[in-house]
Design a protein around this ligand. Sequence first.
Ligand code: AMP
Length: 402
Amino acid sequence: MKVLVVNAGSSSLKYQLFDMDTEDVIAKGNAERIGIEGSFLKHKANGVETILEKSLSNHADAIKLILETLTDAQIGVIKDITEIDAIGHRVVHGGEHYTKPTLVDEKVISDLRGLVDFAPLHAIPNTDGIIGCVNVAPQIPNVTVFDTAFHSTMPKYAYMYGIPMKYYRDYAVRRYGAHGTSHKFVGQKLAEYAGIDFQNSKIITCHIGNGSSITAIKNGECIDTSMGFTPLEGLIMGTRSGDIDANVIQFLCKKTGYDVNKVTEILNKESGLLGITEKSSDMRDICEMYEKKEPQAVLALEMLAYRIKKYIGSYVAALDGVDAICFTAGIGENTPELREMVLTGLTYLGIDFDRDANYSILRGEDGLITTKNSKVPIYKICTDEELAIARETVEVVSNLKK
Ligand code: AMP
């Protein structure tokens, strides 16, 4: 079975075509600058990367070009689009209703449009990507895989905010979380790797990337997660502040003369690692600055490590213990310095950090970063959100055929 996974951002659209019999990636790429002058498609197949410059005025144009490229006689990998059995879409927010991967129909599309306020940056491109696929290849089933779905099992006391109930009743204001597809994927992978039964375990997954979140998983289900109503809450991220006293917003409005939209933009786009270092949101740059002992980079890493440590501690309490912990995503997988800063201060948990292992596990490989004496094993586990989406898509489509 061949599955195309689509991840539509505001001006980009990433894709991967999987052969799900082997779970191999047959082709992948990214349509960039959609709706902006200078748009192009970067396509990679059989080890060759091709750049196709073409005007892409919307996401439907991008999908059309991607399907043409996949079936191109020279650089394509399939003869006809009918070889694609299903398309899986990453959807950032499913609201309260969409708690499982769902086959797309007209109602799903209209419901997704109604969720725009929950994820203003993502909901419109996500929906446009789906509509593009439906229009260009109506015969292929489309499946939405929601970033929020895995978190739908949180108990009410974990997902409610301490604000008047009417805002939950009237507007569904509550914690939803994000990165759910990744947390579930690495949680299962971690359990398998550590020889633990996922359905009978206490696991903490730390997805640390440009956006970051930590999830507490009990017996295979999410019981709490650090992102909230939107992906702004929780850890310090590339450009997002994470947890903050909400009164700061009003205070900054008063002091700067900015309106609430501008301050919200600052919290989302100019804060976090970028705000603290005043130079970069990218961990590779920050690590270089850290090596040179630049004080603001040192502070940014210390702040991030400290907050990860606080969340791990609080989730150990929420889970009433922990069997295993893992680090994943761009930073979690590739920044041993940060893992060391987090783990050296967790001796109360009986964690015995293995410094050599932490620094020697190769990029793209999973591994244990604590010693055999450690009461709680800690792992680096590589995530693969696209593969996770492809697997969920296969499950929905296979059920259709039953
Ligand atoms: P993600 O959102 O998961 O793609 O992660 C993006 C973050 O991972 C960025 O801050 C990157 O700088 C960081 N990252 C990716 N590769 C590396 C690396 N080799 N070393 C340090 N950070 C990395």
